[in-house]
Ligand binder design. Structure first.
Ligand code: CLF
Ligand code: SF4
Length: 517
């Protein structure tokens, strides 16, 4: 147990940093410990797998636990418009309701409106467990609005976890306030620990009432980010690091970033692909800077995973996102609609619903565990499979209705979630869109099979022609258990000489806007 006490103000937990670092080192993130003693982030986390206080913080946080993200939802409130730095991948002027990436938002809210919105969402979506402030600017460049929002929400909905995402420049000034409001989860976006690299990502910062540019700006930003991280760790606040992978600029360097943040007690590292398209109007978008391919991203995540658990289920959410990570229900909760809603905060109902979710989650973990035996023959064979799902860890989405596919790596160790791929909708209201099908195939081109609840004859034939097996006979069953059964069958065919195992190629990460459904 961490030694914790209250400080002189009576409300800030003071935690032994060595104790916290030890726990993080032991548990290496938000998941269960596997045979090699290394945690698998969220794969089948249970209370027996980690220190109770860490389990309590991550068990129903969809970003800090991969396993939880199938069941629990988050929401963001866009109360923080200003920013104190400029990133070359950001343009907050761009506002498209069909777009999904950080910084983008449709409506800005006052703290009072945000509080009402949280109650409205919580009473409609009982599995919504986390309230995050992630922009559209930087929450700590708007401290009054940010902390007033946290204060209001902690009063009316104390069971909701509070979460914050920041560029880190102002973080050291606000760590005590963060602790005071019991914000237990803080994300810092750290793209470099070397100002030489940073100068190509950040043209300027606003620091001590003036604009600072170039290497000096990157140096100050990096120092503040790492200091802020150390201060969070000292207070036992779980810190997640987001890094944007920018090929040719910081892709190789992110291994150094990983080491630097791990040594300072970061709980989880989330390496995200650069989203860069000319229509976004960002510096990188306009100068043709490309994002990574799916396999480039996975290779970097795999390389860093040796030292630290990696988040691979990030959806690069809008600053006003609502719902499970793979969905966005923000259009149901516009200011007009929430002001007209009768809101009743049913804390007991929420608790009962979440208990049912917990039972469902444990059934899924048990089903997976029951299938693990018999994978010894896999040797070095690893395959990726794509899955169409609406959530709950179940294969429950039609191929044509999928707006994203979740990707699992199957190996002798079982099934491991390694990412997701956004796609264009194939089904356009009664007919299949052939152009969309080619983008789907490009997005899952590195997969051997795609698991769906249902699929039509045309896309089935095209997938087969592309070497991807459509699998629809596990409809409405658990993803991981089904994928392992399929993998055992695949291994048996390889052993019998019916199938020659070959590696698949690379796949594309979608750069454009999401299509409205
Ligand atoms: Fe929001 Fe961020 Fe909290 Fe999650 S998002 S403030 S930690 S509640 Fe999550 Fe969205 Fe990725 Fe962020 S999927 S962009 S990591
Ligand atoms: Fe945009 Fe966030 Fe960077 Fe500010 S810190 S410029 S809001 S991406």
């Amino acid at each position: 147990m961490a030694s914790s006490a209250l400080d002189s103000s009576g409300n800030q937990p003071v935690v032994d940093i060595a104790d916290v670092m030890q726990k993080i080192a032991e548990h290496k993130g938000c998941g269960t410990s596997s045979d090699d003693g290394k945690a698998s982030c969220g794969s089948s986390a249970g209370p027996a797998d980690m220190a109770p206080e860490i389990w309590e913080k991550v068990k129903n946080h969809p970003c800090y636990s991969e396993e939880a993200h199938h069941h629990y939802a988050r929401m963001h409130v866009a109360v923080a418009p200003a920013c104190n730095i400029q990133c070359n991948y950001c343009n907050r002027k761009y506002d498209c309701a069909n777009e999904s990436r950080p910084g983008v938002v449709s409506e800005r809210l006052t703290p009072e409106q945000a509080s009402k919105k949280v109650l409205a969402v919580a009473s409609t979506i009982p599995q919504m467990t986390v309230l995050g402030i992630a922009g559209p600017g930087d929450p700590l460049a708007n401290p009054k609005k940010t902390f007033e929002t946290f204060r209001l929400i902690s009063e009316v909905a104390p069971d909701i976890k509070l979460c914050l995402s920041t560029n880190g420049l102002a973080l050291p000034d606000w760590v005590d306030e963060i602790a005071k409001y019991k914000v237990d989860h803080v994300t810092i976006t750290i793209n470099m620990v070397d100002p030489e690299v940073g100068q190509h990502i950040y043209p300027w910062i606003f620091w001590n009432h003036k604009r600072v540019e170039g290497i000096e700006a990157a140096r100050i930003l990096s120092e503040r980010q790492l200091l802020g991280l150390e201060m969070l760790t000292e207070r036992g606040i779980l810190a997640k690091i987001n890094s944007v992978m920018i090929p040719g600029i910081n892709d190789k360097h992110l291994v150094e970033v990983n080491k630097a943040v791990k040594s300072r007690g970061a709980f989880l590292h989330n390496i995200m692909p650069l989203i860069s398209a000319p229509e976004h109007g960002t510096v990188f978008g306009l100068n043709g800077q490309r994002g990574p391919s799916a396999q480039e991203l996975k290779a970097l995540q795999d390389e860093c995973e040796g030292d630290m658990n990696m988040m691979r289920h990030c959806r690069q959410c809008r600053a006003d996102a609502v719902g499970l990570l793979g969905e966005d229900r923000s259009a149901e909760f516009t200011t007009d609609k929430i002001m007209a809603m009768e809101v009743e905060y049913d804390a007991e109902g929420r608790k009962a619903y979440q208990q049912a979710v917990e039972a469902e989650r444990q059934a899924k973990v048990a089903a997976k565990a029951g299938e693990l035996e018999g994978l010894e023959g896999a040797g070095d064979i690893k395959v990726l499979v794509a899955v169409a799902t609406k959530g709950h860890g179940i294969i429950n989405e039609h191929f044509g209705h999928a707006k994203e596919f979740q990707v699992y790596e199957l190996s002798g160790s079982g099934a491991k979630f390694v990412g997701h791929r956004r796609v264009d909708l194939y089904c356009q209201g009664g007919f299949g869109e052939e152009d969309a099908l080619s983008t789907v195939i490009a997005a899952i081109n590195d997969c051997h099979a795609v698991f769906v609840a249902k699929i039509g004859g045309c896309p089935k034939a095209d997938l087969q022609a592309a070497g991807i097996e459509p699998v629809d006979h596990y409809a409405h069953e658990y993803i991981e258990a089904s994928a392992i059964v399929w993998f055992k069958d695949y291994l048996a065919k390889v052993a019998a000489g019916e199938v020659i195992h070959t590696e698949r190629g690379d796949a594309a990460i979608r750069q454009g806007a999401l299509l409205a459904s």
